[in-house]
Ligand binder design. Structure first.
Ligand code: ADP
Ligand code: MG
Length: 249
């Protein structure tokens, strides 16, 4: 069964066309990897799947878990079980981190008709997840991402992932800017997420993250289009040879 099905998707921002005629099916339970040179539209695709308002869908459809979400609001997509870890998480001054996480968690559970945890139950889960992510500082007085290092921002994304419990997680360059230790922590968190019934879409330039999450399928984007697709061996070839040949396609 397809968890996500993209048909003839073309997208623009303002008067600039960014994605053209994207067709992609993600099979439930699989890990799909997107590679491609900078500026090829990987982040745009990730953002459009989540319903980012900066982008306009000019044509095509996005179906998630059997439901047409092409025009759905981001919060509706999240409630249905879609999650995006940003390439560049925003710093939001004045948004207290822990109350934000609690509110987001409750909103998602409400959207899924699930029971709400007490503040104590939530705190217990939060403590488990921050420990697993090896968060050493006290984040209880922090604002969302404000003053966080690159690695801490990515850990905060993984914390949100664990509390969101989505069906499909999109990781947009979750591994960029991470040192070896942080990469290991984030990689293990991806692995904890990726159980049999969960699906992942991983945007990356590097094979190192695929040690934690084995790719089932690899697709390559260039200039707003999907230009190649294959198995894990395609990722290996691209890391060795780069995109030069692919871009000629
Ligand atoms: P990638 O993630 O593959 O590096 P992006 O999706 O970030 O690529 O960008 C693809 C192209 O779309 C780039 O030329 C970028 O400048 C442009 N782009 C992305 N977002 C916007 C936007 N909100 N407004 C205008 N242009 C954008
Ligand atoms: Mg990007």
């Amino acid at each position: 069964m397809n968890i996500l099905s993209i048909k003839h998707l073309s997208v623009s921002a303002g008067d600039k066309q960014i994605l053209s005629d994207i067709n992609l099916d993600l099979i439930a339970g699989e890990t799909t990897v997107i590679m491609g040179p900078n500026g090829s539209g990987k982040s745009t695709l990730s953002n459009v799947l989540m319903g980012h308002p900066a982008y306009q869908v000019d044509s095509g459809t996005i179906t998630f878990n059997g439901i047409d979400i092409t025009a759905a609001k981001p919060e509706e997509r999240a409630a249905l079980g879609l999650f995006l870890a940003w390439q560049q998480p925003r710093e939001i001054a004045g948004l207290d981190l822990y109350p934000f996480l609690f509110d987001a968690h409750k909103a998602l559970r409400t959207g899924r008709n699930k029971s709400l945890p007490t503040v104590f139950q939530f705190k217990e889960k939060l403590d488990q997840e921050t420990a697993a992510l090896q968060v050493k500082d006290d984040w209880s007085h922090r604002n969302l991402n404000q003053g966080f290092s690159g690695g801490e921002k990515k850990k905060a994304e993984m914390l949100q992932l664990a509390l969101s419990d989505p069906l499909l997680a999109i990781f947009d360059e979750i591994d960029s800017g991470l040192d070896v230790d942080a990469l290991k922590v984030v990689g293990k968190a991806m692995k904890r997420f990726k159980k049999k019934n969960k699906s992942a879409l991983v945007v990356t330039h590097y094979l190192r993250i695929l040690k934690y999450l084995k790719a089932d399928k690899v697709i390559v984007m260039a200039k707003g289009k999907i230009v190649a697709s294959g198995g894990p061996e395609l990722a290996e070839r691209l890391e060795k040879e780069g995109f030069t040949d692919i871009e000629k396609l």
